[in-house]
Design a protein around this ligand. Structure first.
Ligand SMILES: *Cc1c(COP(=O)(O)O)cnc(C)c1O
Length: 400
């Protein structure tokens, strides 16, 4: 079947909730993706922060081969080795004492919100049910997570969403003070906002939230689904801040391409959930946990994270130079290998034009082009990324 036939079949048989690029991807190697007619693209989106080790990774292929010899699924009625070892290593990598596994990011956040509600009830506070999020937040698409996601375009068609949710202004502590009170059971924030515009939290903001949560006896929840797993140059984004949460959610890169999410909690939170109060059929299966374990152990090596930092600094410098070479970029912001280009032109135009120049990029809102290359990208590939981005912008400028 040729490209056009595949596209027509997709339009006939798949719900049209995704706006797709007009080529069909077939295989990948490292940062490179190839379509069915053999065109090559540098993947600066990593399948939206998922393919941290790139495509066709040797580390992941080896783990999959091993996992394929073992159990695929058992149900969470039984103990398995891979789930237990992954949980141990996740806890040892950060503040957390215990883990609950999920199958996706939005499910991890759903669990976090349920845990916050249950935790407050267990304190003898049955009416302490308020959940707080911030402008620019993205926490997922299920009814609960959507209620804490700020983007109106995602929310409005599905209202009413779950109640007792409030939004403060991101990176504005006065605004946070106005919405966090004794009624609040949980406050969720991305240490570096992804979808909302690639905006790092200020250190004062995160420290202030920690203090407000202490004062009002609320749980602080960090959503590290996009910014975690080495993306910003530390294993967890918050480890570059002097603040730890009570709950952290992870997904995306955690499985290296397979679906898995995790809710990492302190012992105090874990103690408030009893057997049977939360669960999942698929989550934490031995196959996916074996692969996630290999991904985690590869990424958390200090030499790997040091390289992410060095390559991130290199990319930032190249992007900074791009500002003076084109008239489309106003500024850049980000951390590690997570960057946003604040553009004078619609970001969607850049995303749509980039494939013709052999590059795949993402957007984060109307004016921000988002770059999340695989963490294994080399300096030479960063040069190609920036050159292709430059060519895309130049071409767009020529169209005006
Ligand atoms: C992608 C994302 C989610 C949702 O994850 P899914 O796996 O798509 O459900 C939640 N929070 C953040 C910060 C994300 O980037």
């Amino acid at each position: 079947m040729n490209t056009q036939e595949i596209i027509e079949l997709e339009k006939q048989y798949i719900m049209q909730t995704y706006k797709r690029a007009d080529f069909v991807l077939e295989r990948g190697e490292g940062v490179w993706l190839y379509d069915t007619v053999g065109r090559q693209y540098l993947d600066a989106g990593s399948g939206i922060a998922v393919n941290a080790l790139g495509h066709h990774s040797e580390v992941i292929s080896q783990a999959i081969k091993g996992a394929a010899e073992g159990l695929l699924h058992t149900a969470n009625l039984y103990y398995t080795v891979p789930q237990t070892l992954l949980a141990r290593d996740l806890c040892q990598s950060c503040f957390a004492d215990k883990v609950f596994f999920s199958n996706s990011g939005t499910e991890a956040n759903e669990g976090a919100f349920k845990f916050a509600r249950k935790w407050a009830k267990a304190q003898g506070n049955p009416t302490k049910t308020g959940l707080v999020a911030f402008s620019g937040s993205f926490h997922g698409r299920t009814m609960g997570a959507l209620a804490l996601t700020s983007t109106l375009k995602y929310r409005t068609p599905f209202e009413p969403l779950i109640g007792d949710t409030t939004f403060g202004e991101f990176n504005n502590l006065d605004s946070a003070k106005a919405v966090i009170n004794d009624h609040t059971c949980g406050v969720i924030v991305e240490p570096v906002q992804g979808e909302g515009g690639v905006t790092p939290s200020s250190p004062e903001f995160l420290a202030g939230l920690r203090e407000l949560c202490h004062r009002h006896n609320a749980l602080l929840i960090f959503d590290e689904i996009q910014c975690g797993m080495g993306r910003t140059g530390t294993l967890w984004a918050h480890q570059d801040y002097s603040v730890t949460p009570d709950i952290m959610t992870s997904a995306k890169s955690l499985g290296g391409g397979l679906p898995i999410g995790a809710i990492l909690v302190t012992e105090a939170v874990a103690q408030t959930l009893q057997a049977g109060e939360h669960g999942s059929t698929f989550a934490g299966g031995p196959f996916v946990c074996t692969v996630a374990h290999a991904v985690l152990n590869h990424i958390q090596r200090p030499e790997f994270l040091a390289e992410v930092q060095a390559k991130g600094a290199y990319l930032a410098e190249k992007l900074q130079n791009l500002i003076s070479r084109t008239s489309s970029i106003a500024s850049i912001r980000g951390k590690g290998l997570m960057w946003g280009l604040v553009c004078h032109i619609p970001a969607a135009e850049v995303m749509a034009a980039a494939p013709q120049h052999g590059l795949l990029v993402l957007v984060a809102g109307e004016k921000i082009v988002r770059l999340l290359p695989p963490l294994i990208i080399t300096e030479a590939e960063i040069d190609l990324l920036v050159e292709r981005l430059f060519n895309t912008l130049l071409w767009l400028e020529g169209q005006r």
